[in-house]
Design a protein around this ligand. Structure first.
Ligand code: PMP
Ligand code: GLN
Length: 383
């Protein structure tokens, strides 16, 4: 293995999901729902296969999906993108982020990431030969946020990109317009590009509104936005996403993506287009149901003795393990399957500064109510 990849072992999601299977534990680790997406959308994928949509789709993606993405951006956010030149379909958001970072940052360049960060970001920056510069999100009155001065101080002569994620996995924060304005100001002042991962764009709670970074003044021109069908429509295994950006950035992403995977699975793209056109009301219902599941998991975790942070979006709750007398989240997460029959993710793996994240574990609530109930009942026996 090349030196720059040696710090990365197996992803925590693979490791913990395997532990869940091996021990028969309830898996509140890896974020995937245990119910399916909209039936007619699933049917659209089957129909795409039956009707012969089984050969290579165009590299940039099926026109019907690129058009559906452009229509969604326009209707929901008032953002105009040319489906022919400013929308590009990728193998999930993971490839969207990876192709964007590899296209826009090179050896020795610096990429700012908000810590804790989704695990693929660090590896992707390393694949590009670039260096990550973490900016810490700290809990302030129950919500994780950053210090604007620390963001400004993280910018140096080699900074190329700011990698943003809102709604944020694993912190659960949905950046406010003011927070995004700080990021936008830094980007403009230092001529940086923002790559923003907005896969949870529909999954926000308590009336909190997701604001796309690209909607801020002057940002459409310097933002690459990444999203995916997985979370919005409960089809995480479809691995179908898209990038929207000015044409010059899309061309850069294309140059990388075409040699990573060339194209993205055709039948999923047809079904994704169907979903964006027809199933947004279903997504609205999903959002409501997840909000209730979040509250259900939080009550259960609190009753079990954890201190929790109420996320404004995503699938995940951060739990502080110290009230239960634990201090090391990695140790606890490793012991939980045997001790409680539950799998969670040690949040520390998303940090460069272990001391900042050592006392958190992340629990997913995108599960059936009875699964959440059984998990928290088991966790209550921990104390
Ligand atoms: N970004 C974030 C923040 C995520 O939580 C996830 C995984 N759920 C992804 C990207 C990956 O998305 P995809 O499966 O579409 O590659
Ligand atoms: N995004 C999901 C999570 O954070 C997992 C995706 C993956 O397995 N790579 O749990």
């Amino acid at each position: 293995l090349v030196p720059r990849m040696r710090e990365f072992g197996e992803t925590i999601f693979a490791e913990m999901s395997a532990r869940a299977v091996a021990t028969g534990s309830i898996n509140l680790g890896q974020g995937f729902p245990d119910t399916d997406g909209p039936p007619a959308m699933l049917e659209a994928a089957v129909e795409a296969i039956r009707s012969g949509g089984n050969q290579y789709p165009p590299g940039p993606g099926l026109p019907e999906l690129r058009e559906a993405v452009a229509a969604q951006r326009l209707e929901r956010y008032g953002l105009e993108f040319d489906p022919a030149t400013e929308v590009y379909v990728t193998v999930g958001a993971t490839e969207g982020v990876a192709a964007s970072v590899m296209a826009l940052a090179g050896p020795g360049d610096e990429v700012i990431v908000f810590e804790p960060y989704y695990d693929s970001y660090a590896a992707t920056v390393a694949l590009a030969g670039a260096v990550r510069r973490p900016v810490l999100l700290r809990p302030v009155e129950g919500r994780f946020t950053f210090d604007p001065d620390e963001l400004r101080a993280a910018v140096g002569p080699r900074t190329r990109l700011i990698l943003v994620n809102s709604p944020h996995n694993p912190a659960g924060t949905v950046f406010t317009r003011d927070e995004l304005q700080v990021i936008a100001d830094v980007c403009r002042e230092h001529d940086l590009v923002a790559v923003t991962d907005e896969v949870y764009e529909y999954l926000t709670y308590d009336g909190v509104e997701h604001v796309p970074l690209a909607t801020l003044d002057g940002m459409r021109e310097r933002t690459v936005t990444v999203s995916s069908v997985g979370k919005s429509f409960s089809v995480t295994g479809w691995k179908t996403g898209w990038v929207t950006a000015p044409a010059r950035y899309v061309r850069a992403v294309q140059t990388v993506k075409q040699f990573l995977t060339y194209a993205t699975g055709g039948p999923w793209q047809r079904a994704a287009a169907y979903g964006l056109r027809n199933e947004l009301p279903w997504v609205g219902e999903l959002r409501k149901s997840l909000e209730a599941k979040r509250d259900r998991l939080i009550s259960g975790l609190e009753a079990a003795g954890f201190a929790t942070y109420r996320p404004q979006g995503t699938y995940f709750v951060q739990a502080d393990i110290r009230p239960l007398g634990f201090t090391d989240g990695i140790e606890l997460a490793k012991a939980l399957p045997e001790r409680a029959g539950v799998v969670a993710i040690p949040t520390q793996v998303f940090y460069d500064h272990p001391e900042a994240g050592a006392h958190f574990v992340r629990f997913a609530f995108c599960k059936k109510d009875e699964v959440i109930d059984e998990a928290v009942e088991r966790l209550a026996r921990l104390a």
